[in-house]
Design a protein around this ligand. Structure first.
Ligand code: VG1
Ligand code: CO
Length: 542
């Protein structure tokens, strides 16, 4: 029986860069998640009898949220729900399952790299039938609907046993509990030369993969250890925990320090990799050599043809605006286009669907391709393994050769987390007001060439997205970008992205922070960060 429940709107149910993210305690308020899900269903058309994919990253409140989503999907008239066993589906696996089973869409319960647990964060996002994040016109419509919602509909039914594979029913709707790894692992086997990677491991190649107690543990265990023959213990922190063991499941040098320390020791493994809460991010480290995500995108683009799934070459590259220009140089050499999009994977979907881009990436440890419509952590790791298996060089050698051929884009991001929202907004507003005055000014030895606020004109659907980050370009080719995060749940996070191109191979071995020191100072001065936020140093440097 369907129960119609009276409700009143909650403020602020606006999806950000990647879905709605709030503290767990916010989601636990009666009717909170129900309102959002009803707002979502009310914004969609013609899904009667269709299939919905449901799964999450296993964080605290995952199972409770999934039961609600399933009962509301039944009340809304979906014909079938496929849900990952244990409520588990990584973000890229959800994208894969949506596409493979030609689902209407999918609901992913995750706050990605944000901390979990009772006092941590929770999140929900909707993906459309191409497997990708809902575009802005959809998320805007959901938000509008949540402002006026008066009731929601939910099926009165027992909870689904998420731990038993197979088919049950909720009302008239079929619920199929599926293996969360199977479809995804099969797709990876089609894209990459598993035999070559198996030979690589058999030759004594060693690796550590840090799943950060998040969703990729089961995927990495099955693919790296069981299928490809990596020695047992290759996967560390492989069991998904509701609180991620109390850590930030964010694969960067700060939060994956244990892995980085291993790789920086002389007898460390050949390759280190890590993924985030929901499995869409990746970090790549060779022995003694961290690979920046921007470089990783460029190197993957330059070498993708070595993997069977990309042997015909790539049609184009897409990168988010703050990502370094390293990929642009590869695109130029390959004679393909490099598209520049706003931050967030939802902007890549149209380019991938239209066949204009094959590989995509973001500086925030996100890389992926047209195989799904999300960034994909394990995919990037397998791509690196495939490249290493063919080239039989070390990661450090591959990176050095790449810089020699293309030049090096020194790159870093400085984050100021949990700053006062009003101060952060004022800082950005002030920068925007000064855009016309900046060109021509000389700061700390560098001359500003131009400055703007990035706007994106989607070449496929013609939509325009404005205010995507303030960019300051200097005459020597250096660039600064300022933007506010759209994924945080407390205060504001100011992100500053710094980049300088160095063509001279004799200067490719500088420490990144040293190489960018002058630019760092300029970035702080131009925006008067300390004066406005009270912070003299960033919280996180990646
Ligand atoms: C951050 C990253 C962005 C990424 C987004 C979602 O967004 O900068 O590149 O797409 O997180 O990734 P923001 O608005 O906080 O800068 V995930 O792995 O958190 O879904
Ligand atoms: Co993520």
């Amino acid at each position: 029986m369907i129960r119609v429940v009276a409700t009143t709107p909650f403020e602020g149910q606006k999806p950000g860069t990647s879905g709605l993210r709030k503290k767990v305690t916010v989601f636990q308020q009666p009717h909170y998640i129900e309102n959002f899900v009803q707002g979502l269903f009310d914004s969609l058309d013609a899904f009667e009898g269709e299939t919905l994919i449901v799964g999450g990253d296993g964080r605290y409140y995952n199972r409770e949220a999934i039961q609600i989503v399933i009962k509301m999907a039944a009340a809304a008239g979906f014909g079938r729900v496929l849900v990952g066993k244990g409520g588990i589906l990584s973000t890229p696996a959800a994208s894969c399952v949506i596409r493979k089973h030609e689902a209407f869409g999918g609901i992913i319960l995750s706050a990605s790299h944000n901390p979990g647990g009772e006092h941590g964060d929770f999140g929900i996002k909707y993906n459309i039938g191409n497997g990708g994040p809902a575009p802005e016109h959809v998320t805007d419509a959901i938000f509008e609907r949540t402002k006026t919602i008066r009731e929601y509909r939910i099926m009165e039914a027992d909870d689904v046993d998420l731990d038993a594979l197979g088919i049950t029913r909720v009302g008239d709707m079929v619920v199929d509990v599926i293996d969360p790894v199977e479809d995804y692992a099969e797709l990876m086997g089609e894209l990459f030369d598993f035999d070559a990677i198996r030979d690589l491991f058999a030759s004594g190649f060693t690796m550590r993969f840090d799943a950060m107690s998040a969703v990729t543990g089961p995927y990495a265990g099955a693919i790296l250890e069981e299928t490809l023959g990596a020695r047992p213990g290759t996967v560390m922190h492989g069991e998904p925990l509701p609180d991620f063991g109390g850590h930030h499941p964010d694969p960067n040098l700060v939060h994956a320090k244990e892995l980085n320390d291993l790789l920086m020791s002389e007898d460390g493994p050949d390759l280190g990799a890590a993924s985030d809460g929901d499995g869409d991010r990746n970090m790549i480290i060779g022995r003694g050599r961290f690979v920046t995500p921007s470089d990783s995108l460029a190197i993957i683009a330059a070498n993708a043809h070595l993997a069977p799934g990309y042997k015909e070459g790539i049609a184009g590259i897409a990168r988010s605006m703050p990502t370094s220009g390293a990929a642009d140089r590869v695109a130029e050499k390959l004679g393909v286009k490099c598209y520049e999009t706003p931050t967030g994977w939802k902007f890549f979907g149209n380019l991938l669907d239209a066949g204009l881009a094959t590989v995509c990436g973001e500086e925030s440890f996100g890389t992926g391709s047209n195989h799904v419509r999300e960034k994909d952590g394990l995919w990037a790791v397998l791509m690196w393994l495939n490249i290493l298996a063919v080239r039989r060089q070390s990661v450090a050698e591959i990176v050095a050769e790449h810089w020699e051929a293309y030049g090096r884009n020194y790159y870093t991001r400085h984050d100021y987390e949990e700053v006062d929202s009003a101060a952060a907004d004022a800082l950005m507003a002030d920068l925007r007001a000064r855009l016309d005055n900046l060109p021509g000014t000389v700061i700390n030895g560098l001359t500003v060439e131009r400055a703007d606020d990035f706007a994106y004109h989607d070449p496929i659907d013609g939509s325009v997205t404005t205010k995507q980050g303030v960019r300051v370009f200097f005459t020597d080719g250096s660039r600064l970008v300022y933007r506010l995060s759209g994924t945080g749940t407390a205060g504001a996070t100011l992100r500053i992205y710094l980049e300088r191109f160095e063509p001279d191979p004799a200067r490719h071995d500088l420490d990144t922070q040293d190489a960018l020191a002058a630019l760092v100072q300029i970035a702080r001065d131009v925006a008067d960060i300390e004066g406005r936020t009270g912070r003299s140093t960033p919280t996180v440097i990646t």
